[in-house]
Design a protein around this ligand. Sequence first.
Ligand code: HEC
Length: 185
Amino acid sequence: MGVLNAPSVRSRFATFAIYIFAAVAAIVIAGDAFSQNLSLGKRTWEGKADCPRCHAWSGLGGVGEDDRAPQGANLRETVMDRAALEEVIKCGLPGTEMPFFSRLAWTDDDHRCFGMTRAEAGNLVPFKAERNLIQREIDALLDYMFAKVVGRGEISREECEEYFSPGSERCRLYRTAAEIAAAAG
Ligand code: HEC
């Protein structure tokens, strides 16, 4: 009886093993949630919001995937932080062809956009995008942009193949990461 009641080495080990298991599980689940968020982010970027139409697949801007669409800014080199990017995505950029993606943006009683009402912004109010994004999509899009677009420097072949597919024809024009590093010396 005494043996069963005493905190045995065995039960301590079992407790310890449960802690380790829980910690590893938490890390695996968090990592998986992040990659799921990145995949929602990419789907939002290239699918639902179609940012590449004006900003190119890579975010480089200039002539995008649709050469008749407005030429978007270079998002790889943007100096905006996450909060500023979020506001631009939700509200568009007043006076430019950057459209707004939030259903609530520029509604008359809403002061969320650059501190202005629709009336105050007047004819600077940007166009409405073809599709609205919900907050979860915008959060995932921002995660994606900070992981894969903003501050990434020269586009590498590897980056292009990750976006399209390994060996993709259209990625041949980019230097490999090794070539870029060698040229940077
Ligand atoms: C219809 C074309 C169009 C679409 C679609 C579009 N943009 Fe833009 N975007 C622009 C243009 C044009 C500008 C440049 C505005 C200016 O400064 O003249 C711009 C500017 C921006 C800027 C400001 C960057 C800076 O540093 O000044 C951000 C951020 C941005 N776009 C993000 C996005 C994201 C994210 C998406 C997809 C959700 C998107 N845009 C979709 C046209 C577009």
